[in-house]
Design a protein around this ligand. Structure first.
Ligand SMILES: O=C(O)CCC(=O)C(=O)O
Length: 272
């Protein structure tokens, strides 16, 4: 059987003034119907095959820590699977990121499949930029569910407006981040968006926006593909923790603080 690659992910979604205002205010936005559901359906098995092939986590769920129970995490699939690279390189998803960030263009930082297994645990509250040595907040993740994602599968959940909140920016994903941030974010009365996603919906969030996800209480895996983009002109800063040292070496090999993010792993995916 000849398996053909589905069409490159296209979208004519235009970021209008209302969407932009919502994103600027909340540091995140869930966007309905960005991708044709049939196209997502076509891609889902290819991405799942890559996750099965490349996954290195083989411990039973009950033997993993909280981070390990949250999801199977397979990163930079684009480097190892030419088909999935076409998905990860979607110019339209990168265009939307560029428009939301208000920059001239974006580069690939890395991609990541996040598969929450049946019975998989919560994703603790955290902000991604704790892991990233960047000079500004112009970095963004697109979260693309590969099936309808109602509450029982663990949809991504945002504390709206928390991208300006500084407490907890030094916390790695852990039981501690969940506990401390649940309390701190609750005390600030941030609105929490834990709404479901329909197939074809996606969300975008800034690196400093606090987010979490519930456990997967269903019998199906919660399959999600993400791409993380940075401003095409992003400057690398001195790492402030061991995770940032590792991220610098892994996602920007050969680069140093003061450089523009521009290793061979960081192609420009869209520019205006
Ligand atoms: O998918 C999840 O459960 C968490 C995702 C996340 O933290 C992210 O994409 O930044």
């Amino acid at each position: 059987m000849v398996v053909s690659t589905p069409a490159t992910v296209r979208s004519d979604f235009a970021v209008d003034a209302r969407t932009q205002a919502m994103f600027d205010r909340n540091g995140c936005v869930k966007l309905p119907g960005v991708i044709d559901p049939d196209v997502v359906d076509d891609w889902a098995p290819l991405i799942s095959d890559a996750v099965v092939e490349l996954n290195t986590e083989h411990l039973p769920l009950e033997e993993r820590d909280t981070y390990g129970k949250a999801f199977l995490q397979v990163s930079n699939i684009w480097q190892r699977n030419d088909q999935v690279a076409e998905f990860a390189y979607s110019a339209d998803l990168a265009r939307i990121a560029t428009e939301l960030l208000g920059v001239r263009g974006v580069r690939m930082y890395h991609d990541q499949a996040l598969y929450k297994e049946p019975g998989g645990g919560i994703t603790p509250w955290h902000a991604d930029q704790y892991y990233w040595p960047f000079a500004t907040d112009r970095c963004i993740t697109v979260w693309v569910p590969l099936q309808d994602t109602p509450a029982e599968l663990g949809p991504l959940t945002f504390a709206q407006g928390s991208h300006g909140f500084e407490f907890g920016r030094d916390l790695a994903i852990s039981d501690e981040s969940e506990e401390q941030l649940q309390q701190a974010l609750g005390a600030q009365s941030f609105a929490v968006d834990d709404s479901p996603y329909r197939l074809g919906d996606v969300s975008y969030h800034l690196g400093w926006t606090f987010h979490r996800a519930g456990a997967n209480a269903s019998a199906e895996p919660r399959r999600v593909m993400t791409m993380i983009y940075v401003d095409a002109d992003m400057i690398i800063t001195e790492p402030t923790n061991a995770n940032q040292v590792r991220d610098l070496a892994t996602w920007m090999p050969g680069m140093r603080p003061g450089d523009v993010v521009s290793s061979p792993l960081n192609p420009v995916l869209y520019q205006r």
